[in-house]
Design a protein around this ligand. Sequence first.
Ligand code: CDP
Ligand code: CDP
Length: 256
Amino acid sequence: MIRVVAIDGPAASGKSSTAALVAQRLGWAHLDSGALYRALTLAALDNLAPLDNLDNLDNLAPLDNLDNLDNLGEKGEGRSTSWSGQKIVGLAEDLPVRLVLVGDVFRPEVAGVDVEGAIRSERVTRHVSAVAAIPEVRTWVNARQREAAAGHGTGVVVDGRDIGTVVFPDAPLKIFLTATPDARARRRLSQRGRSAGDAAVRRESQALAARDAADTARPIAPLKPAADAVLLDSTALTLEEQVRQVVELARRRLPG
Ligand code: CDP
Ligand code: CDP
């Protein structure tokens, strides 16, 4: 039996925090697949974007205009030819972009530098869904995730958007974590140490909704629960409560 717990869900639903603590309690490793999409996006922004024309990046795939995502497709048609899947994957191999197991956590590295902090910038967040919609990019990321899990002796808790549906469809436990947009926006703001005034919550909630819409509408590996996923609404739960529920399910389904 493949020793993977898959945790999927929309942005800021608590996937990574939950996955990290569940992995710790099971004595497993944690792999945040979003971190790899973010590392690729950071690498592309720094290396493929014409440095003299950074403003144009905002036109690549405005999240309110999903049709533009097609411009980033495999064939690299349209404005963003330089951002074809092939180029990004080539860059990922050359730099390289990698997942490195440090203790029990797979951390993203670009050209030998740990980028766990740098990939959380607003600039990366704004572009990551467009990069993640490119089929070749997804194929590359999926291969890295499967290698990481296959090479790990104990077990891996993986969080993302398509872990239960596409990457590890045979995972014995799949969780789909949700929370209301308002709760998610408040959590993200407090995670960043920002104040959660009404206007800030509204803005953050809109940004999360735009990314969720892009992730849900894309033709390949859209954000959706696997048919056999356990749906967990964490709106009224503490982090500790949701972690305990997932650990209990994991122990029942993956004895030993
Ligand atoms: O932490 P947050 O929920 O903000 O996002 P993330 O997990 O870091 O993922 C960043 C982006 O990567 C998502 O908005 C998706 O576009 C993409 N992603 C994906 O397409 N598939 C995954 N398995 C994980 C992330
Ligand atoms: O990975 P994802 O974007 O889904 O979310 P996260 O970065 O793990 O979680 C966002 C924030 O919500 C973190 O600071 C968590 O500690 C917090 N949180 C939570 O995950 N669950 C709760 N029930 C309450 C807070």
